[in-house]
Design a binder for this molecule. Structure first.
Ligand SMILES: [Zn+2]
Length: 311
């Protein structure tokens, strides 16, 4: 080991200059470890200690985050990254793809998707360990117990996202910098939110048209009446004409989804469905029997005066 001035101790231990490439660090370690291995120096009591020093130095200098931290502390400036400086000398290691993006799915009702809105999401992010600043080693270059030398910890972050009106199943929204924050460079990835619409047995949206199953009672079915349709934004009151046949579709122009960018407002389609009880109480049964005994409720054989025939 040489005793050069201004060479930080860990580099000195491995006999390296501060600008050494990753490959130089590796080969210096192999050379030094072999030289000081206790098995090859059974007579030398200092070899074991030197061997440990070499291993410690290698552990830090071979870890880019730990080496960066050590260099900053020791005042080492490396204008080029190790990968660049070794480009001509050794086979360049392929850059390892770091996946920093986080993908989550957000389930929305059709109404929420049509209106747009906000949602707070709990995002499990990987971020650099605060205790060791991502190096994996503490200030004495011992293993960081906080992150178990990974340099990375998991932290759940609440992120409030805004989804625009009109998202659909499969829409993907990207929120920059809310992904994992990982080395090299401790760069933050993005959060990608995929929209899934919850199935709805009453509402269907086709382009900008809004289809709604309107369940109406016997009285509205016979006499007509007003119902309120939960259209996005402002609910729409619709007058149901009397005696519309079951299953008929009522179109209300311009009351679907509001106009959006270049597309016009859609239409509202109501499918009229007569809703009758599954079971009757004794009193209901009695009243129904009385009602059905009246001449106006007993359909004639030809159905004359009744719907659907007289519709
Ligand atoms: Zn740590």
């Amino acid at each position: 080991m040489t005793n050069k001035p201004n060479v930080p101790p860990l580099y000195e231990t491995l006999g390296l200059e501060p600008g050494a490439s990753e490959e130089e660090v590796r080969s210096a370690y192999r050379r030094m470890a072999k030289r000081f291995h206790p098995d090859t120096n059974p007579e030398d009591p200092t070899s074991e200690e030197l061997f440990k020093k070499v291993a410690d130095a290698y552990r830090i200098l071979s870890n880019p985050a730990a080496r960066g931290r050590y260099d900053r502390t020791a005042g080492v400036h490396r204008p080029k990254s190790p990968a660049q400086s070794t480009e001509k000398e050794v086979h360049r290691e392929p850059a390892r793809e770091v996946n920093r993006d986080i993908h989550v799915r957000l389930h929305l009702t059709i109404g929420e998707a049509v209106r747009g809105g906000h949602r707070e999401l709990k995002i499990p992010r990987k971020i650099p360990c605060i205790a060791c600043e991502g190096s994996g080693f503490d200030s004495k270059y011992q293993n960081c117990s906080h992150c178990n030398t990974n340099g990375i910890v998991r932290k759940t972050t609440n992120v409030e996202i805004t989804y625009p009106p009109g998202v659909r199943t499969g829409s993907k929204l990207r929120f920059a910098t809310f992904g994992h924050r990982l080395p090299p460079g401790n760069i933050s990835g993005d959060l990608i939110v995929e929209i899934l619409l919850k199935p709805d047995s009453y509402i269907e949206v086709k382009d900008r048209d809004y289809h709604y199953r309107a369940l109406i009672g016997l009285d509205t079915f016979i006499e007509g009446g007003k119902i309120v349709v939960p259209t996005p934004g402002v609910p729409t009151a619709v007058e149901i004409p009397p005696r519309m046949a079951d299953g008929r579709i009522l179109k209300i122009s311009g009351k679907g989804l509001p106009a959006f960018s270049s597309s016009q407002a859609g239409d509202l389609y109501l499918k009229i469905e007569l809703c009758v009880p599954k079971r009757l109480s004794r009193k209901e049964r009695q009243l129904l029997d009385e009602l059905m005994a009246l001449p106006g409720f007993r359909p004639p054989v030809d159905g004359d005066g009744f719907i659907p025939k007289g519709d």
